[in-house]
Design a binder for this molecule. Sequence first.
Ligand code: CO
Length: 134
Amino acid sequence: MIGRLNHVAIAVPDLDAACAQYREALGASVGAPQDEPDHGVTVVFVDLPNTKIEFLYPLGENSPIAGFLEKNPAGGIHHICYEVDDILAARDRLTESGARVLGDGEPKIGAHGKPVLFLHPKDFAGTLVELEQA
Ligand code: CO
């Protein structure tokens, strides 16, 4: 059912430092910061030949990233995102198998303008999984 790895999201305590490190030390193609007020994050995409890295930095008062950075002050992998062809079919299959979909179970529009859902980390080896309809 799942397809390509769309991105790996890394929460970072210092967005400029993370961008500079990937640009200069790793020689990566680093995009411009984009504020996503609906999601409480500023994101930066790093384009790799086979996938993307998504830096997440808190935006606003109730950012979902703030608590993660409190527990992981140096930053860390926050979630991984797999592509699916049909997000509603994927959701129904997963809930039938007993996996928990976060929130109200309805897809939201994610940072790439496409429908996304998140799956409970306890159901997937301790990893927060995002599904994106590609
Ligand atoms: Co993501």
